[in-house]
Design a protein around this ligand. Structure first.
Ligand code: IMP
Ligand code: MG
Length: 422
């Protein structure tokens, strides 16, 4: 019985949704423990495409339970829209979804503050998804946030919201931004709250009982290691712990009940938003964008692209305790003549062991590359590792070896059946 945490080992968009969907076949419960609808997890099931933002990807598999844990920040109106959107696509959402009453609420003033703060930063902007994630976690830490438990008690919610809207409007006005309407937020939130009510539980108790019943848990990490508020390329990060430890704090599942950490990484690197990216490369970006790949699932932005960076994935293996590795998007490199892999950084003429903690020094790092021959053959129809061209096998093995972890999965396309298990 293995409880597994799945984490992104890069800057998000590693293809976690697809791998989660694949692994859910064996798990009983899929848990989200951090982030909010800044996430965009794309899953292709049959000929249908689903993009999930807040709801765990397990929802697409009948008979599986999904939990939105206490560490998630959720926009109640967006969550209701997502539920209704899924129902419109024929997905059953009922008692298979439970939501922690400790999850913090993203309110329209958080989104307004997110935009206003980005605007004020000018060229130093973070490049957020604009979903209000930072300001919501900010309120949580400042102990002024509103939680789902509050929304379940309309009178308490109305009173707390009044205070918060007043404070937020003062801040918005001072930043030259438009004020938000208390009445509009109250009405929309209460209406959404009533629709969410059947799903709201104490998820710690729920998960505790599931563990007692020997259910298998799968934690669906959102974003990636280098967007972690503590371990990422601060301040160009999101506002939650995206690394493995966040699964415990964000769900109330004790750390020793987590058995395995699976790190998901692309066969190359991408990043959306601003911030340092040592192996960024315009040729590989042009190639991937030309193939119609690497446009964001949440914001539609073109992602920045670069070579595989083993210095950072090695660090990700350390901070998450990665046991097993899933490599995705291998087929993205099918036409490349010679593939580069970054194995070291040079800074001021010296090799650095780990990525420097400050973004200025990280930005100044020069990647040291090794070159590997490309395979120049389509891999998207390969069903087993042995069917992959030899050069592709070598490449996948090499990046797993450089990262440190057991190669478990190689993904060669978005469909469920384009998943090679070793
Ligand atoms: P925020 O999470 O909206 O505050 O955005 C902060 C940074 O994290 C920005 O660089 C975003 O592009 C990035 N980010 C947030 N969520 C995701 C995600 O799910 N995938 C990739 N990047 C993300
Ligand atoms: Mg994504």
């Amino acid at each position: 019985m293995a409880n597994t945490v799945l984490v992104g080992a890069q800057w998000g968009d590693e293809g976690k949704g697809k791998i989660i969907d694949f692994l859910t076949e064996k798990a009983d419960i899929v848990v989200r423990s951090q982030g909010g609808n800044n996430a965009g997890h794309t899953v292709l099931a049959g000929d249908k495409k689903y993009v999930l933002h807040l709801i765990p990807s397990g929802i697409l598999r009948p008979g599986k339970q999904c939990v939105i844990g206490n560490g998630v920040v959720l926009d109640p109106v967006a969550l209701v829209e997502e539920i209704e959107g899924l129902r419109g696509q024929g997905v059953a959402v009922g008692s298979n979804l439970v939501i922690s009453d400790c999850a913090h609420l993203v309110m329209p003033y958080h989104r307004a503050l997110d935009s206003a703060k980005e605007l004020a930063k000018g060229k130093n902007k973070i490049g957020t998804t604009g979903r209000g994630i930072g300001p919501t976690y900010g309120d949580k830490v400042a102990r002024t946030g509103l939680r789902l438990a509050d929304l379940m008690q309309p009178e308490i919610f109305a009173a707390k919201l009044a205070t918060r809207v007043e404070e937020a409007n003062a801040q918005l006005k001072a930043m030259g931004a438009e004020a938000v309407s208390y009445k509009a937020i109250l009405d929309a939130s209460l209406a959404a709250g009533e629709k969410l009510r059947p799903h709201v539980v104490n998820s710690v108790l729920y998960l505790h009982k599931a563990l007692q019943a020997k259910k298998e848990l799968l934690f669906e990490g959102a974003q990636g290691t280098f967007l972690d508020i503590d371990h990422g390329t601060y301040p160009y990060v999101t506002s939650s712990n995206t690394t493995a430890g966040g699964a415990a704090t964000g769900s109330g599942v004790p750390p020793h009940r987590i058995d395995t950490v699976l790190g998901v990484m692309k066969a190359y690197t991408t990043r959306v938003g601003e911030g340092p990216f040592p192996t960024e490369n315009s040729e590989i970006a042009d190639l991937l964008h030309g193939m119609g790949r690497e446009f964001g699932a949440t914001t539609g932005r073109a992602r920045r692209c670069g070579w595989f960076d083993a210095v950072s994935t090695r660090y990700a293996a350390m901070v998450n305790g990665i046991d097993e590795i899933a490599i995705t998007n291998l087929d993205g490199l099918d036409t490349v003549e010679t593939i580069k892999v970054c194995v070291d950084y040079q800074l001021d003429g010296q090799t650095v062991e780990v990525p420097p903690s400050d973004y200025q020094r990280l930005s100044a790092c020069q990647p040291v590359y090794i070159e590997m021959p490309g395979w120049k053959t389509p891999t998207d129809q390969c069903k087993t590792f042995a069917e992959l061209p030899k050069a592709a096998q070598d490449y996948a093995r090499k990046i797993a070896e450089l990262t440190g972890g057991k190669l478990l999965i190689v993904s060669v396309g978005a469909h469920r059946d384009q998943t090679i298990v070793l």
